[in-house]
Design a protein around this ligand. Sequence first.
Ligand code: FEO
Length: 396
Amino acid sequence: MTIDIKKNVQWCGKIDWELRNFHGEELSTPRGSSYNSYLIRDEKNVIIDTVHGAFADEYIEQLQRMIDLNEISYVVVNHAEPDHSGALPKLMEHCKNATIICTNAGMKSIKGYYHKDWKMMPVKTGDIVKIGTRNLVFVEMAMIHWPDSMMTYLTNDNILFSNDAFGQHYANAKMFSSKSDKAVLLDEALQYYANIVAPYSQKVAKKIAEILTLSLPIDYICPSHGVMWDENITEIVELYDKWAKSYLEDKVTIIYDSMYQSTRKMAEAIAEGIADILPDFELNIYNAAKTEKSRIVTEIFASKLVLAGSPTVHNGVLSSVAAVLGEIAGFGLKGKKAASFGSYGWSPVGIKILNEKFEKAGFELINEGAKALWNPDDDVLAEMREYGRNLAENIK
Ligand code: FEO
């Protein structure tokens, strides 16, 4: 499958309908994904990024139906993570006359993965490569999200090949934002940002400001995953700018895990109290052991208040809740408040452990947490409702 974007610019990637996990088993991709590669034809022909190595053979066969690969002058590697460079070794076997264009850091990561002496041309922000009637302009994006990351801009056609930025893990045969379900698309874009880009938000805000100062006209943003943005381009750029700046919605997220339902009952009672005071806030409760971690991380990313609950077990907390708080510890999230809760039998250390994890992740703790001995009765559940009301008053 290929898709015409503009005259002499085609999408030539691979939609991965089966993908359900990414970064090993770390991220959930319930809607699949795509590995976007692009062919630009001019006096010098260019391929922008490749596909996952699992699809290398069919990718090469598809390209061979499109063009004689001996006529490829440049292969731009915007980022060498193997989901985009996996097919590079097979591609370079066929592109005998091609030079790889990448950042200096890209030269190291490409060599580190593939140990080949391909011809490479390092570029930095503002460098221009003339390919005929049009130019390629490069913008480094170090640490968004690897040291080697960069974007490539195609003049005249005004296309920004943004690599991972503005991507979504969203398999969609229509492949353009204008033809996609808007709510699904923006949800997938947010989920992608929250789970992959958010740890680098400070750099994202600066980079967007830098790109805007270049005043490049942009008709299309073509990322390396998911659909291409072909209308209201500023909307996704503005969303990225918003997400990069301590993003908070009127939203509360409660995560918990439970052994014998005591902590679950606490979660639900606390939620009732919060809803009494904040009826217009979105309020979600997730059992962390039964919910995709990527979905929970996305909800936390957008929440003003996050609660975590676990019974005390083996002088610790249940692993599903610990895993979520461990995942977000390095995200540098700002402006969010938090509180803990949990049942116990003889040692109420669980909430202390949860509090430590929240503090390590940069959350402001509202209080020391709520605990319930054994199985909470009606009086204790009434206290939990009051606890929820007090938390809600704090963020009202
Ligand atoms: Fe889609 Fe960072 O690779």
